[in-house]
Design a protein around this ligand. Structure first.
Ligand code: PGA
Length: 249
């Protein structure tokens, strides 16, 4: 089994001082043997980058501008700027971006391409709503398939997919092991069909991952790691998730 990747998505949380305290604790609890990244709010990216410098924990951004080239785009942050700050990963198409900022496939493809062009790895998030899940396998697989369609343009490029059922995000309602495995297999099959059987596909699971369910989730071969929201704000809990990931390496 390949190394698991664990990314902590802090979302719009924390302050400069709390970020420093959290990082200090994480440097102990997440040390060694697993790939770990944190995605702080944009405002703290530079500060977090300097704390992480020289260590093994990697930096991720929560979003990026779709404009590929710097210029007169007030309020935007380019992929080149994120790379300049030392980001390795950039989340693209998180359901909160799709929902609150109406991000669609066309825009997300521009973001994916900008991130790759700047030498970073996009983490492309997909997932269905509760209503789509309850409508049955044909419906939610079609929704996820449509979200995955943009990746067709990225053959041969390095990217990661995160499966995040929207009904499991921040709700405490984690998908069952069977549900996770089924969708992860579906994502793998879809992308292998699209890029060819030799493509490397890594799919993270996200949605209420916690210390007490991480072992079971990471035991799945189809799970390449986790995208962790709420639990990544707690150094102890996040540390335990990283340890669980380490056990499966
Ligand atoms: P959660 O969030 O772990 O709080 O459910 C996951 C995510 O949104 O990436």
């Amino acid at each position: 089994m390949a190394d698991k990747l664990v990314i902590g998505n802090w979302k719009m949380n924390g302050r400069l001082a709390t970020s420093q305290v959290l990082l200090e604790a994480l440097s102990v609890s997440c040390a060694g043997g697993v790939q770990v990244a944190v995605a702080p709010p944009l405002a703290y990216l530079a500060a977090v980058s300097s704390v992480l410098a020289g260590g093994s924990m990697m930096l991720a951004a929560q979003d990026v501008s779709a404009f590929a080239v710097d210029g007169a785009y007030t309020g935007e942050v380019s992929a080149a700027m994120l790379a300049d700050l030392g980001c390795r990963y950039v989340l693209i198409g998180h359901s909160e971006r799709r929902q609150y900022f109406a991000e669609d496939n066309d825009l997300l493809l521009r973001k994916l391409q900008a991130v790759i062009a700047a030498g970073m790895v996009p983490v492309y998030c997909v997932g269905e709503t509760l209503q789509q899940r309850e409508a049955g396998i044909g419906i939610y697989q079609r929704v996820i398939g449509e979200q995955l369609a943009v990746l067709g343009a990225l053959a041969g490029k390095e990217y990661v997919v995160a499966y995040e059922p929207i009904w499991a995000i921040g709700t405490g309602r984690v998908a069952s092991i069977g549900q996770i495995d089924e969708v992860h297999q579906y994502i793998r099959d879809t992308l292998l069909q699209c890029h060819g059987a030799s493509a490397t596909i890594r799919v993270l699971y996200g949605g209420s991952v916690k210390a007490d369910n991480a072992d079971a989730i990471f035991s799945l071969k189809s799970v390449g790691g986790a995208l962790v929201g709420g639990a990544s704000l707690d150094a102890n809990g996040f540390g335990q998730i990283c340890q669980a990931a380490k056990k499966t390496v």
